[in-house]
Write a protein that binds this ligand. Sequence first.
Ligand SMILES: Cc1cc2nc3c(=O)[nH]c(=O)nc-3n(C[C@H](O)[C@H](O)[C@H](O)COP(=O)(O)OP(=O)(O)OC[C@H]3O[C@@H](n4cnc5c(N)ncnc54)[C@H](O)[C@@H]3O)c2cc1C
Length: 482
Amino acid sequence: MTRPNLDAFLTQCQQITGPAGVLSAEADMASYLRDWTGQYQGSAIAVLRPRSTDEVAQLVRLCVEAGIAVVPQGGRTGLAGGGVPLDGRSVVLSLERMNAIRTVDTDARTMTLEAGVILETAQNAALEQGLVFPLTFGAKGSCTIGGALATNAGGSNVVRYGTTRELCVGIEAVMPDGSVISALHGLRKDNTGYDLRHLLIGAEGTLGIITAAVFKLAPAPKVRVAGFLALEDLAHAPSLLNRMQDRTGGAVEAFEYMPKPMIAAIQRAFPDVRAPLDTLPETGIFFEVASSRDADAAEAEGGGSRLEEDVLGLLEALMEEGALPDAMIAQTEQQRLDLWHLRESALEGVMHNGPAYFTDISLPLNKIAPFVAEMDQAVAEMGFATLTVGHLGDGNLHYTLSAAEGQDWESLPLAKAKALIFDRLQAAGGSFSAEHGIGQSKLDLMRQLKTPAQLEAMRAVKRALDPENLMNPAKLIPMDQS
Ligand SMILES: Cc1cc2nc3c(=O)[nH]c(=O)nc-3n(C[C@H](O)[C@H](O)[C@H](O)COP(=O)(O)OP(=O)(O)OC[C@H]3O[C@@H](n4cnc5c(N)ncnc54)[C@H](O)[C@@H]3O)c2cc1C
């Protein structure tokens, strides 16, 4: 684009958004051009910051006319490089100024949020109404609702409430031609043709820009019981989870795998983080159960809640069976928050530890223990150590390779280890991208591991809705057939 054309384009953008809505100076754009990991750095013509759905639609139409690609952006906490513009020929469209909580409907128990609302803000607003916005994970203080929808984020409560997709009951979006789809009805039942909501969720901004959405809210728990378990064997985890669900009436909110090396790495990064047990277990599980029932919150004979008594009864039985060498239950709210802090510091623990290869895989629950056992041994023989953490209740592992003590990361056979991991994952019927999305980082895996029929169906959808390939190009789906 020539300089006069570019200036004219930016002036038109400003006419739509007002002067504060267009950033084009290098220093102003800098923070929008890199992500949380620091791994992805891009460049762009400008950063556009609309305040309304109508402004988004006008900007998209302007970009289409000018043949300029649009990279939607939320809080830049995505871990796959999806929100970072690639080549300086696109604009970043940040939803940060669309951050209104439009409505909280306490009868329907739903909440309508603009895309730029920060996840933690949504959680707090629901709590003020005595309800829970169930989605939660470590980036809650910075990530946005739009980013969570676009990546179909998961997190620690999926075992009970489902992923972002399952929480969303209505969507508003600007499509690649600038038209607006508004389906903020909040209906639980609506079988009127293709559900465009589900196309847009998880599309990582490649099929349009999500501007608002309606979410289901859950009753606020009256009692929570959190604790940490040392398991004899990871293979016992699925039956332990099921027994905990049976004992508590399906009240498990978090069931997170935290083995010893992971906790040790977190403690190296954050020396103030307290170990949950005196001896760190090889196979640790952080769990939380919660209930909104008065009967569960009522005081039991031992002084704790009935829910706590139920959990204690189960843990005692497991100890007698020899499946559970050690366990603790948080006795104060601070101890419970400390356990959550430990879990939510995992990614920063990995980053602090040094160079690493981070995966986001999922497996059928009964395949996890054999997979971890086989991989841990195989990669150790190659000189790697593992720093794994996972939303075990959902079969989701962040199986992470780092250099074993005394090894030089650069000289380790990473390509060989990756090939083995994804080969075994495929054989076990797993997924190479469970919750973080594809972005830029997993395009090669899309090419290798999705079938030609799957890839072609996705390309057909993309071509039909975005024929000029202007919505977040070169992300999520490899458009070439090589
Ligand atoms: C410490 C930490 C912990 C994390 N833990 C988890 C976890 O447990 N589970 C999990 O699932 N993720 C986790 N993540 C990843 C990340 O937080 C999520 O992917 C989050 O949903 C991204 O939101 P964001 O607003 O930062 O999006 P961004 O990073 O800005 O964008 C992510 C993608 O969404 C697209 N996008 C953003 N907004 C829109 C919109 N309005 N319309 C269309 N497309 C849009 C972007 O183009 C990009 O492709 C974690 C990240 C960090 C840093």
